[in-house]
Design a protein around this ligand. Structure first.
Ligand code: ZN
Length: 487
């Protein structure tokens, strides 16, 4: 049987979160929440004689993305008409970029689950406008099916990010898609909400016998509504094509849909070639010239990107790569972490508390970092109480859970509940004497070598103190008192 090398390239369409549309003044609205066809005008409805005007903010957002993906920015940009007929496209053409896209020849680094890093080339980043949205309703035997169209989305700024065919598995496709989404979120240009369709990922997949050069016939996958669907759909398609080739058949170049429930791909339509779109320069728009000054200004205003942040967390804070990566996953979490560190400088302790305790509470309560009642300075205050031995770690965990629900400060909770740790030697010593007097059999057994009883004694003291005894002090005095009883 032949071994095949899967070749995958990804097209990612990302709507840009500008206030207004790409070529008119209509507001960009939430395509799921907003009343249909309420954010429309003659330009985005494709009325004859209406003239488009380029949205400068959308160009700036496109430059942010192109620069973050290490692309060369083209100074001379041309918009082109991409002609095709479909009910969601009222002009019967889409204004896009064809020969001269805003960004070319970039790259992005991804990390696989094995920890392996890989660089994926970015062929181009170009600007275009989104289409309207169709909703198909099925007939029920007595009535015909029909379709509804909402033009709120028509003309929303859209960015197309096209990778080089450097991706070789469903897992790599997923890692690449996740990385692009993370960067778009960091840049504040896209929410990454695939369920709302503001980010759409389309892989094209082909196989070639390992060691050969020519590309095989490719299929393009549509309707992938999650990164899991991207990984699974790509893997399915690789297996499907291998089976066809092994049987001596030929893969048909076509667009295929992904059936999320059945977890299979299915044929949708034969794939258009570029010549089918009859591209030509958009006569209603002048060429867009981008100056060096503008490129420099946009580049200087870019936020710190995920890879740089992860590296900094390791060098400046001494975090492991894994911890740094998880903290930097979302820029809001990273900012929150850094705010805690500004108030409590032991970054490793802060990282542990966020990764182990805070995340657990956020999962339990299904809250994002922006929704929680615990503030960054509030967590720092809690950690200061632990560092000062006012409360121990276990008590601190309970206090954090309480802070999470009530929004009260750590100090207020500790005071109201009398949770302050007992660090008074006389008091702790008295409790230990009580426990050892009550359990003389166990003391004798311990002295005769049953060492595992030590933890049990500590547990008894902690119970007697309602968890408030300073554990280090308990251990120290316990050793002393047992030594005295040994003689
Ligand atoms: Zn409009």
């Amino acid at each position: 049987m032949t071994t095949y090398e899967p070749i995958i390239g990804l097209e990612i369409h990302a709507e840009l979160m500008t206030n207004s549309k790409m070529f008119c003044g209509c507001k960009v609205v939430d395509s799921v929440e907003a009343e249909p066809n309420t954010a429309v005008c003659p330009v985005c409805l494709g009325m004859p004689g209406m003239l488009p005007v380029i949205n400068k903010k959308a160009v700036e957002f496109a430059m942010r993305v192109a620069l973050a993906l290490n692309c060369d920015i083209q100074h001379h940009n041309i918009f082109a008409r991409k002609n095709y007929f479909y009910p969601d496209l009222p002009k019967a053409y889409q204004i896009s970029q064809y020969e001269l896209p805003i960004g070319t020849q970039g790259w992005v680094d991804i990390q696989l689950e094995s920890g392996e890093h890989k660089r994926i080339g970015i062929r181009r980043v170009h600007m275009e406008e989104d289409t309207g949205k169709l909703t198909h309703l099925e007939g029920n035997g007595s009535t015909n099916g029909y379709s509804l169209v909402d033009y709120n989305r028509s003309g929303v700024p859209l960015l197309e990010i096209v990778s080089e065919p450097d991706i070789h598995s469903g897992e790599e496709a997923r890692a690449y898609g996740l990385k692009i989404r993370q960067i778009l979120r960091y840049l504040g240009v896209n929410s990454g909400d695939m369920e709302k369709g503001v980010l759409r990922v389309e892989p094209n997949i082909s196989l070639r016998p390992l060691g050969t050069i020519a590309f095989g016939k490719r299929t393009e996958l549509k309707n992938l509504n999650s990164f899991k669907a991207l990984a699974d759909g790509s893997a399915y398609e690789i297996a499907r094509q291998a089976e066809i080739l092994d049987a001596g058949g030929e893969v048909i170049q076509e667009t295929r849909g992904w059936h999320d429930a059945k977890r299979i791909t299915f044929s949708q339509r034969s794939k258009e070639e570029a010549e089918d779109y009859r591209y030509f320069p958009e006569p209603d728009l002048p060429p867009l010239q981008i100056s060096d000054e503008w490129i420099v200004a946009v580049g200087a205003a870019l936020p710190e990107l995920p890879d740089a942040k992860i590296a900094r967390y390791q060098t400046d804070y001494g975090l492991s790569e894994y911890d740094a990566r998880v903290l930097a996953e979302e820029k809001e979490v990273a900012a929150w972490f850094e705010e805690v560190v500004a108030h409590f400088s032991d970054a490793k302790v802060v990282a542990n508390w966020i990764l182990n305790n805070l995340f657990q509470l956020m999962n339990e309560h299904k809250q994002a970092i922006g929704e929680i009642r615990v503030t960054a300075s509030g967590l720092a205050e809690l950690l200061q109480l632990v560092a000062a031995n006012t409360i121990n770690n276990n008590t601190a965990k309970e206090v954090l859970a309480e802070m999470f629900v009530s929004g009260e400060s750590a100090e207020a909770i500790v005071a109201a509940k009398g949770l302050a740790q007992i660090s008074d030697e006389t008091a702790v010593s008295a409790m230990i004497t009580t426990i050892l007097d009550q359990h003389s059999d166990q003391v004798a057994a311990y002295i005769n070598g049953k060492e595992q009883l030590r933890g049990w004694f500590v547990g008894q003291v902690m119970r007697l103190s309602k968890g408030k005894a300073n554990p280090a002090l308990v251990n120290k005095i316990l050793t002393e008192q047992i030594e005295q009883r040994r003689s």
